[in-house]
Design a protein around this ligand. Structure first.
Ligand code: ADP
Ligand code: NI
Length: 215
């Protein structure tokens, strides 16, 4: 595969998105994937993983208004840049099935490459960077930082109501603190646990600082 061209294409689509899904997110996902992959991966698998990391948000509703057209664009770019039929299919399957929202109502089956990309993407939702992204995303969607009057539990979320407006702090409880229990790989789980500890510490400090302002 002509990876450089695929990379340039992905960068041209997500570029400087202002919801936390900009090109640097794709690069961090790629770096996470490298960290959690075993050293014995075949070159072909590494290429599929890297391309999926770069492309995974180009078809997402947060970036694209026309999901079907975006999928076709990715398909064309892959074919034009030397991906075989099988590689194209695998990458398209991974990027259409890894997202959190796609896995709420029913868990999607992913092969080893897909599981690595999914863990790598989830890791970027955790820790210091995940915390920064959550507030950044919330701000871009005009969500409140916190709101004691509208808590929502993880078990009450569906694919349908996932994007409804709740506070960013609530998002930690409905998703971010739970993600560590959904990791596919051992290394991914270890990193997720470390990042979750940081988020808990952050929330403890936050609640401590704001508690006197309640009521
Ligand atoms: P996926 O693409 O896997 O479905 P999302 O688009 O929900 O996942 O999340 C990507 C990142 O966007 C999250 O990790 C988080 O940082 C941010 N995000 C998504 N929804 C919210 C929300 N309601 N409040 C705050 N941040 C959010
Ligand atoms: Ni992502």
């Amino acid at each position: 595969m002509k990876l450089e061209n695929i990379k340039e294409f992905a960068k041209s689509i997500i570029g400087d998105d202002v919801t936390g899904h900009d090109w640097r997110h794709a690069l961090r996902v790629e770096a996470n994937a490298k960290k959690i992959s075993s050293t014995e991966l075949a070159t072909e698998d590494i290429e599929i993983i890297r391309a999926s990391c770069w492309l995974h948000d180009t078809i997402d509703a947060k970036i694209s208004d026309e999901k079907r057209a975006s999928i076709q664009d990715v398909e064309q770019v892959l074919r034009e840049n030397g991906a075989t039929e099988r590689q194209t299919e695998e990458i398209l399957y991974i990027i259409q099935n890894l997202s959190y929202s796609k896995n709420i109502d029913q868990k999607q089956k992913l092969n080893q490459n897909g599981q690595i990309v999914q863990d790598a993407d989830r890791l970027d939702a955790l820790g210091a960077i995940g915390t920064a992204r959550a507030f950044y995303y919330g701000g871009s969607k005009k969500h409140l930082i916190y709101d004691d009057t509208r808590p929502r539990k993880a078990e009450d979320i569906t694919e349908e109501n996932y994007r409804e407006q709740y506070s960013v702090v609530n998002h930690f409880f409905e998703k971010l603190l739970i993600l560590k229990d959904c990791m596919n790989t051992k290394k991914g789980r270890e990193m997720a646990e470390h990042r979750t500890e940081f988020m808990k510490q952050f929330l403890d400090e936050l609640f401590d600082e704001i508690k006197e302002a309640n009521n």
